[in-house]
Design a protein around this ligand. Structure first.
Ligand code: ZN
Length: 400
């Protein structure tokens, strides 16, 4: 373009004029460098760049091997203040006739519904999912919190776990209640630590009853940092300010260390760390896995982290191929967490990530990458590893 420079050309076709009319709050004197640099800039929320890369795009309709998804929420149980036995109500997040066709179409052998609750809620979850379809659904139970101050809590909770196992619950799930939410008076007072001794008998009972513990503590590192322009999850935290643990909370490191002490104290209990231990730092997770043979990980809602470090992640999957479980953290319906909405698109992305060497694709079926503005790269794992990740590791821990 020799006769016109680019700015003159764009002005002539009206592009900068139109763009400038959408700008908000940018003012300054003509010639001011900052004004020039930001003139006509779109608000971040409107920016949806489409990749112009021309690279192979695979569609993986079915997983290479049948899948056991260790981390789904097919029902919710009552909150910490309301989960006394007999209290609260089981609420399925989808009907079986919505869930099963996706399973059949995507080669999913089994979903583990981890939020089965306790007491009568657990009974209903078992009746709805596991009893009519024992080969397709398993249900995990959850601890009760309402009575943690009662003197007999420790043994009571351990006994409850044994009862839940007798009824059919196959594991124990902890939401990130410990360390971040549960307080001495349930919702008030000091935060209860992850390695509080009151839970010792419960962790032991989980081991004695062959119930693996899917434990979620902490959150992405960015959730512990200020919600400012340097935060890589700025948009996610802006949309969900209540997810921020910046300020009056224990540090991310402190929570992980407390969880590790629990894993160390109970070597006969199998712990599955949700979300790859909620650490973007695979070197750190590797150190833990090397140290604690009863520790495992699943990667629900974290392919966005793994897939942006594909070379490190691939080595991690090779080294720990017997300790990694397939999980999605899927929740049917809703659009609040597009990276977790149960359905065909979700599983196809996970399969593409694990099985192909595709480059720079979305980790979530969403208009804008919901956890942070980056894309991911496939790991292209070999069949021997895929078989373990998709199925065998979970089958072994679940005693199938
Ligand atoms: Zn979850």
């Amino acid at each position: 373009m020799d006769r016109w420079n680019r700015r003159e050309w764009m002005t002539a076709v009206g592009v900068t004029a139109a763009a400038a009319s959408t700008e908000g709050g940018v003012s300054g004197q003509a010639g001011d460098k900052k004004t020039q640099a930001t003139k006509g800039l779109l608000p971040l929320v409107e920016y949806e760049p489409k990749s112009m890369l021309t690279v192979p795009e695979s569609r993986v309709e079915k997983s290479r091997f049948p899948v056991i998804d260790i981390h789904t929420h097919l029902s919710w149980s009552p909150g910490p203040a309301d989960n006394a036995p007999g209290g609260g109500k089981f609420s399925p997040t989808a009907r079986l006739d919505e869930i099963l066709p996706v399973m059949d179409g995507r080669n999913i052998k089994m979903l583990v519904n981890v939020t089965g609750g306790s007491g009568t809620c657990l009974d209903q979850a078992l009746d709805y999912f596991q009893k009519p379809h024992p080969d397709r659904f398993l249900v995990f139970t959850e601890p009760s919190w309402w009575n943690i101050k009662q003197p007999n809590y420790a043994q009571w909770q351990a006994d409850e776990l044994g009862q839940a196992r007798k009824k059919g619950a196959r594991g124990l799930k902890l939401l990130k209640t410990l360390g971040l939410y549960l307080r001495e008076d349930v919702t008030e007072g000091d935060l209860v630590k992850v390695d509080d001794k009151r839970f010792g008998p419960m962790w032991e009972a989980a081991g004695a009853n062959q119930m693996p513990v899917l434990i979620h503590v902490s959150d992405p590192e960015a959730f512990f940092l200020p919600i400012d322009r340097f935060n890589e999850r700025y948009e996610e935290l802006h949309a969900h300010p209540d997810w921020s643990f910046h300020g009056d909370f224990p540090s991310n490191k402190e929570i992980h260390e407390a969880r590790n002490r629990v894993v160390e104290r109970h070597p006969k209990t199998q712990f599955i760390l949700a979300h790859i231990g909620d650490s973007e730092n695979l070197g750190w997770v590797s150190e833990w896995l090397d140290k604690y043979p009863n520790m495992h990980v699943e990667f629900g809602a974290r392919i966005g982290e793994l897939g942006r470090q594909p070379r490190t992640a691939r080595k991690f999957f090779e080294k720990y191929q017997d300790r990694i479980l397939f999980g999605t953290d899927a929740v049917p319906h809703g659009d609040e967490y597009p990276q977790q909405v149960y359905g065909d698109a979700l599983y196809q992305i996970y399969y593409r990530f694990l099985e192909t060497e595709d480059e720079y694709f979305d980790y979530s079926p969403a208009r804008v990458p919901p956890q942070g503005r980056w894309r991911i790269y496939g790991l292209g794992l070999p069949e021997t590893i895929l078989r373990k990740i998709y199925h065998d590791n979970a089958a072994r821990l679940l005693g199938l």
